[in-house]
Write a protein of this length. Sequence first.
Length: 312
Amino acid sequence: MAKKALIAVGGNSLIRAGERGTIPEQSANAHTTARNIAKMIKSGWDVVITHGNGPQVGAALLRSERASNEAYVHPLDVCVATTQSEIGYIMQTAMEYELKQLGIDKLVTTVPTMVKVANDDPAFENPTKPIGPFYSEHIAMEKKRRLSWNVVEDAARGYRRVVASPEPQEVLELAVIRKVIDLGIITIALGGGGIPVVIEDGKIVGREAVIDKDRSSALLAKSLDVDLFLISTDTDRVYLDFKNPNRRGIDRATVAEMEQWMAEGHFAPGSMGPKVESVIRYLKNGGKRAIITSYNYLEDALEGKAGTLIVP
């Protein structure tokens, strides 16, 4: 039986630092990631791909706001839904091409995915999830004053808008995703952490939020009982004292060690923090092993030559 991995690809992996985020740029970056995932598949892995949408959903919301005088407005949950299709299309076409280049005959599909959250989640009163482009401090503070945005410094790359990020409780398309995987189809799902919804009187209702894709990916990884939960980001591994010139890379660690370093404040809330926290959740709930690494090092990370391996 093939080993099964869930690979969570960061939205920032599709839009690199210094890029405008055009579709050709995102497509080229998607091919790089897809090429490495295809090599995993060739070596015997079955994969489920999830992805972030921070820059993309921010752009979608910005388009909607600026066109509000001429077109109907998209609320944030609908922006998440549209970016699931947008990024799913980019990733799916890249995967299909790269699989063919390696002579692999497999189908790829994208599953639009809703995730249930709680109406009374405190995150709705305390926005923390970065979306959209990076701004200088001056521009960010001006947008905060003029547009009433919540902004934070993100990953030492600038300032970004933040929105509510409630806890994921249930992946509503879980049964569908399982059936697609059982058919041997490579599945792209849970885009942007999933479309945030609540259940009211038996009706599914969208909420204005963006769910952290690593947290919901950890939930899906556990639900699918995968052999490996792999988070692909824009850094080769997890670092201690990340902003320090003498930063130290972590090659391998246990949950207890990661919890200790997290308590010491090594992992920033807006960047590496949610990734480490999500891996800890997955492993504490019975997960087997997890890796955090860059899209460029997937193959090396599987061989223990790169990335950060975290075990129970």
